[in-house]
Design a protein around this ligand. Sequence first.
Ligand code: NAD
Ligand code: UDP
Length: 318
Amino acid sequence: MRVLVSGGAGFLGSHLCEALIKDGHEVICVDNFGSGRRQNLRDIDSGRLTVIEGDIRKNITFPPVDRIYHLASRASPADFTDFPVRIALTNTEGTRQLLDHAVACDARMVFASTSEVYGDPEVHPQPESYNGNVNIRGPRGCYDESKRFGETLTVAYEDEYDLDVRTARIFNTYGTRMREDDGRVVPTFITQALRGDDLTVYGDGTQTRSFCYVSDTIAGLRALMEQDGLQGTVVNVGCENEISIQTLAEKILHICDTTSGIRYEPKPADDPTRRKPDLTKATRILDWQPTVGLEEGLQRTIAYFQGGARNAIPSPEH
Ligand code: NAD
Ligand code: UDP
């Protein structure tokens, strides 16, 4: 099959491109290299990979394809302050461009939404039926609300054009090929630990997240795309192993066997207090569940960073 991956040079996108190519598909990656990197694609068989450098907010002429994975969007909260307009428009105008293309070539599409649509949740764990608690004017609004509107657009295109589009609400995913300076918690803590710097825990570290290893998230996205009869479906993709940020820091310090300590810094506004997916629907409809435990995933990620993340050593995932 011919598959278009927007954001294919990013963390998740490059793993997805690699997995698709390994399975014999032809992949077209479109990326503006804002937060993605060419070196993420370096080790992928170039014979079946075409890279289009372009911005999905603009009018790009995409080739006809059978499948579209729409992953383009900066995702690190560290970027929400510097790029709010670009992020908001990527998830709205950019999503429109890809939906239009899906209609034009009758392609099936998966939209990468996020657990951020639940905001700072009052329901725990979060099922797909929960409508969320997002501060529309807060510092995360550019991302959270644009993903929410992106989802609304997918529903509108399904209703008006009978488009087969599915939505994954992805929860915190980590792994190889994250950038050292990405700003998200796992690469930040690992980089700090390996340098012997103190780990910067925001707030008192009691806030929780549930971390999923990259290969599991990619398998979930692919299952969502390929199962028949899921037109219009929205589903959580993530891991149920909820952990506090304090415990995560201690775990990384332990695995890295470092002399680093922990430094407490102010918690950013609207930083969600608790987050954990309800995976009942995912396990039922996707015949999928995460398989890589946190300890193992952290060890693989730490080994990647120890090997020189900047050199993008081949990852063992696919
Ligand atoms: P990433 O920043 O590594 O990848 C995003 C990619 O999109 C980058 O290569 C970037 O250059 C590209 N991009 C951004 N805006 C673009 C534009 N306007 N035009 C073309 N390319 C553009 O982030 P990631 O973690 O790989 O996230 C991928 C997708 O998954 C995002 O849509 C994100 O919202 C979603 N997601 C990720 C997580 C996670 O934990 N990794 C969680 C929830 C949702
Ligand atoms: N965090 C932290 N120190 C850091 C980076 C993040 O304590 O250097 C915390 C952040 O406040 C949040 C959690 O780790 O509570 C996860 O942050 P991340 O940016 O990875 O993703 P989020 O789930 O907030 O989108």
